[in-house]
Design a protein around this ligand. Sequence first.
Ligand SMILES: Nc1ncnc2c1ncn2[C@@H]1O[C@H](COP(=O)(O)OP(=O)(O)O)[C@@H](O)[C@H]1O
Ligand SMILES: [Mg+2]
Length: 410
Amino acid sequence: MARLLLLLPSSTYRALDFVSAARRLNVELVVASEQPQALSGLMDDRALVLDPRRPREAMEAVTALARRRPVDAVVAVDDQGVELAARVAQELGVSHNPVAAVAATRHKGVMRQTLGRAQVPQPEWRLLEPDQDASAAAGLVRELAPPCVIKPVSLSASQGVIRVDDPGSAPGVAQRVRAIARAAGQGDGPLLVERYVPGPELAVEALLRGGELHVLAVFDKPDPLTGPYFEETIYVTPSRLGAPVLEAVDRCVAQAASALGLSGGPVHAELRAGERGPVMIEVAARSIGGLCSRALRFGLGMSLEEVILRHALGLPLAGLVREAAASGVMMLPIPEAGTLVAVRGQAAARAVPGIAGLEITIPRGRPVLPLPEGDRYLGFVFARAATPEAVEEALREAHACLRLDIRAAA
Ligand SMILES: Nc1ncnc2c1ncn2[C@@H]1O[C@H](COP(=O)(O)OP(=O)(O)O)[C@@H](O)[C@H]1O
Ligand SMILES: [Mg+2]
């Protein structure tokens, strides 16, 4: 029986999807996580709790576990674990992306530098270094010419990403982004200041095999993402953009992955379709976040998690073609801060034709916080239909059925 080491971050929604993929493949999982809850039900010698504040000890503990229970592959579920997974795999001599390549995807400044050297199309950018006063952001925005975007170098889910329309407002925004990054445990890292790229946004889900990029799905994001905050909502695949644009998008992602030195495993990229071709917003060495992977099915119903495990273990992956139907997911935004009392109208939302699922991922009674300070969505709605238009319509109709009861913070 093949054995695979899975690194589960504390915040993941995807433990179940990976566990059921492993079951289908008859693969034994050894799991390491920052939170004991994520490991409940697993036997002691197959589970390990990590302290993320001590990366070196975490690395040693995971490697020791994998030596006790030798593994054939190491897979990180999310961004937080990809670098540790690469290091552990290197230590164990198990095939994986180079550590430096993965590390570059985890620091947006290093990513920009690496992509720039390879001339991958991307926005113009500058770094606001930790020792620079926030007032220096005004000059950077002036140099780049507004509108710009200021963001932390290592957060995700649009947390702390804010548009700036004039140099005068840049220092205040920089201060706010620094506070968000600090509260998220990023310490005093640099901030990235980028030229704002107009145009529709796309997300690309792909798998690298032996250095070659296989695009699994391209999602349109039909809600305009113009800021000042960049709340993600609807993703629909297949994309409605024309074949020449999509071919250029595939090439741009392949070029970026190769520039970064990524060689195997899932890739999630975000691009804007600019007037002069695709522009890379970011590339990650992981699969799509949240529960969004549930919008994808391959071949005769294979999940993205199964694709990832199969790839990691070198199992056959013939016919990696997404199902014929159009499919989509809506990340449910959090409109205001407070305490979640209830999400009403769920039955009506589920009854909308085309709706394939609805998951509210924040329990009642928990605090909720909108972007840019917030770091999670309220939940996910899924739809399947004959066309992308019908999927988008179903998602909007289902969303309109939901009524949020959020008690305002005192
Ligand atoms: N330079 C940019 N131009 C236009 N939009 C941007 C730019 N940078 C970020 N955004 C918007 O903000 C979102 C989040 O930024 P991103 O760099 O992907 O950070 P995160 O890791 O939080 O997802 C993007 O999906 C995009 O909509
Ligand atoms: Mg992003």
